[in-house]
Design a protein around this ligand. Structure first.
Ligand code: NDP
Length: 278
């Protein structure tokens, strides 16, 4: 538990991850270090970055400058698509930019099925984990068939699958597959990236009114009540506190059903089966 009383979730290798963290995608360059320092000061202990976000160096400086022991902060970074042919070198470059000697979680950012390299890349991540430089390893944006292939060919089950999930895109079948295989689901875009009217939907507003919470807090709690890991992005100090103050209420069955009805299978990010960015 941190000062904000953020619970931990157990991963399939027995490691613990704080259920809520800060995502730093699109935190402006030059602002990331301050934002991460604010988050750590507020009690966040989990930061989600990626080489693609171009702010690993700022994340690392904030972690080192914070005064919080390294072992108390969970740092995730990711292997970008163009680096799939050179995973080990790319991982080492990430560690160098972060200024850390290990990360807590290293992810394959996208499966890139057209390139057919995911299994080889996964074997490289298995080696990285064995070296102790990534405490846990996982994937992001993997569909069921991509997960099945990794597991069948290596026997190593990813600790997490980080996927787009929010009330407008609930991913029930994929989430069930992950749960059946002991893969923790991390929801990216938990607030639909601010790209929809989600926070104005009557079902969300009614629950917010009933619990004395903001619409964003209702949506974030909806995730954690289903056991997902989240790291909403904000560059605003006051929202760091708002987004973490979500563990003191429960949505009723009726409220959960009402939010379940919002699923439009509407994604705002790329389709993982078709995204081949290189
Ligand atoms: P989010 O769903 O977290 O939405 C972020 C947006 O919501 C920002 O515009 C932010 O604005 C706004 N916001 C934050 N808090 C509130 C609030 N309390 N009330 C109203 N608006 C709010 O989208 P992200 O894409 O950032 O997803 C979260 C994280 O997931 C990323 O930062 C990244 O770490 C990860 N990610 C991973 C991907 C992958 O492919 N693996 C893809 C995309 C994201 P403001 O900053 O002004 O507060």
């Amino acid at each position: 538990m941190s000062a904000l009383a953020i619970p931990n979730i157990s991963l399939n290798n027995g490691r613990q991850i704080p259920q809520l963290g800060l995502g730093v995608y699109k935190v402006a360059q030059g602002e990331t270090e301050r934002t991460v320092l604010d988050a750590l000061e507020a009690g966040y202990r989990h930061i989600d970055t990626a080489s693609f976000y171009r702010n690993e160096a700022e994340v690392g400086s904030a972690v080192r400058a914070s005064g919080t022991p390294r072992d108390e902060i969970f740092v995730t970074t990711k292997l970008w698509n163009t680096d799939q042919p050179r995973p080990l070198e790319a991982f080492e470059e990430s560690l160098e930019r972060l200024g850390l000697d290990r990360v807590d979680l290293y992810l394959i950012h996208w499966p890139q099925p057209e390139h057919g390299q995911a299994v080889d890349v996964w074997r490289a991540l298995i080696d990285i984990a064995a070296s102790g430089r990534a405490t846990s390893i996982g994937v992001s944006n993997f569909e069921i068939e991509h997960l099945e292939q990794l597991i069948a060919e290596t026997g190593v089950v990813p600790a997490v699958n980080q996927i787009e999930v929010h009330p407008l895109h609930q991913r029930r079948e994929l989430s069930q597959f992950c749960s059946d295989h002991g893969i923790a689901v991390e929801a990216w875009g938990p607030l639909s990236q601010g790209k929809s009217d989600l926070l104005e939907r009557p079902e969300i507003l009614a629950a917010a009114e009933a619990h004395g919470k903001s619409p964003a807090q209702v949506v974030l709690h909806w995730h954690v009540q289903q056991g997902r890991i989240i790291f909403p992005k904000t560059s605003r100090r006051e929202r760091l506190f708002e987004n973490a103050d979500i563990f003191d209420f429960e949505l009723s069955d009726a409220e959960m059903t009402a939010i379940a009805s919002l699923d439009e299978q509407r994604n705002f990010g790329p389709d993982p089966r078709a995204f081949n960015d290189r």
